[in-house]
Ligand binder design. Structure first.
Ligand code: NAD
Length: 348
């Protein structure tokens, strides 16, 4: 929906170019989700889309939503399609990199020297914790309403996300910080115990622990101290948005959601941006970088992923900027001009 198809078209151009250059043998299928699917079929997640997703090696996803669907019944809103796809594919591990290209250091709300070269990966548990825990609700007790939720994790859920985070840290700089609130919440005492139990299996990774309040403070004080952060659903939701903003523009940030077998869905962190849809103003780089993540994590093509990330660096060096990141002295380009420039940089 919205800018989704526009940015996806650019990612596809870039993937076709690396496919040719590296002989990856990628093949594509397309399917509708969200508002576009509602308009065409009446369902935000049509069975045909789910079938195609299950038959594929990875999903590259644009964005869903828009004001024209906001008045529909909650059960058939666009976001039901996205949540349904995530839960059907059991995508429990959310990878949210916060990477600041040095060329964009001035776009951050923090001082350039604090953020230039920032490269953090936040690994958030996505299908458990307080967002899903039972019992939950609002009810009358002793003459007043009370609202309640349950913060719950089983050790197998923690082990699953823990292993993913250790493996990712091993492929990066080997430092993993597990974020919890073990001074107050028993559920996170267990979280910390399970992380400690896993640590001996990954001797190449240095494990540390941090309380979530301190982690929030450290993220804005000295974010470059982190390599990989792993945390539960709610803490990850909040910390990953804070980390995202360190990088200046939401139009630059990719993400991935993985399941146990390495199957993943890759999408930009932004939404469908109805305010700029159809105007050629959207920044396609978050979508293009999501495609690079797909090559790296689902298809094990690190070389092609590196090439895409390097090409993005080249176009930024050339001063090319979409409207969301443009500053004095830069060259303002449209969505498709940005995609074309990345393709050109890949060829050089
Ligand atoms: P949004 O991310 O769509 O837009 C927020 C702001 O950032 C807007 O000003 C937009 O113009 C700008 N922006 C976003 N992506 C951009 C890009 N690539 N290039 C340049 N500017 C960009 O968030 P929102 O406005 O809160 O939500 C709009 C719609 O998107 C809603 O219907 C919402 O439900 C949906 N949404 C979908 C997803 C998803 O598909 N994963 C995520 C968030 C929001």
């Amino acid at each position: 929906d919205g800018i989704g198809p526009e940015v996806l078209a650019e990612a596809r151009k870039v993937l076709d170019a690396v496919d040719q250059r590296f002989g990856l043998g990628l093949s594509w299928d397309e399917a509708l989700l969200g508002g576009a699917a509602i308009d065409a079929t009446g369902h935000p997640l049509p069975p045909e889309t789910l079938e195609k997703a299950k038959a594929s090696g990875a999903i590259l996803f644009g964005a869903i939503g828009g004001p024209q669907w906001d008045t529909l019944d909650r059960a058939i809103r666009p976001e039901k399609g996205l949540l349904g796809l995530r839960s059907e594919m059991q995508l429990f591990g959310n990878l949210r990199p916060a990477l600041l290209y040095p060329q964009l250091a001035a776009a951050s709300s923090l001082k350039p020297e604090i953020v230039a070269g920032l490269d953090i990966l936040i690994v958030r548990e996505l299908t458990g914790g307080i967002y899903f825990g039972e019992p939950r609700g609002i009810e009358e007790r002793n003459g007043e309403r009370v609202g309640f939720n349950t913060y719950i994790y089983s050790e197998s859920e923690v082990r699953r996300i823990g292993r993913l985070a250790f493996e990712l840290a091993a492929k990066r700089n080997g430092r993993l910080c597990s974020v919890d609130k073990a001074n107050v919440l028993e559920a996170t005492v267990l979280w910390r115990e399970v992380m400690e139990e896993l640590a001996p299996e990954y001797p190449q990774v240095e494990l540390s622990h941090m309380y979530v309040d301190n982690a929030a403070m450290q993220l804005v004080r000295a974010p470059k101290q982190f390599d990989v952060l792993v945390t539960g659903n709610m803490f990850g939701d909040i910390l990953s948005d804070a980390a995202a903003m360190l990088t200046g523009s939401i139009g630059m940030l990719p993400s991935a959601a993985l399941n146990q077998s390495g199957f993943g869905m890759y999408e930009p962190c932004h939404g469908s941006a109805p305010d700029i849809a159809g105007q050629g103003k959207a920044n396609p780089l978050a979508m293009i970088l999501s495609a690079a993540m797909m090559l790296r994590y689902s298809f094990d093509c690190a070389e092609a992923a590196d090439a895409i990330e390097a090409a993005v660096g080249v176009v930024l060096d050339q001063g090319l900027r979409t409207a969301d990141i443009v500053a004095d002295g830069d060259v303002a380009v449209s969505t498709s001009e940005m995609g074309d420039a990345v393709v050109k940089a890949l060829a050089s």
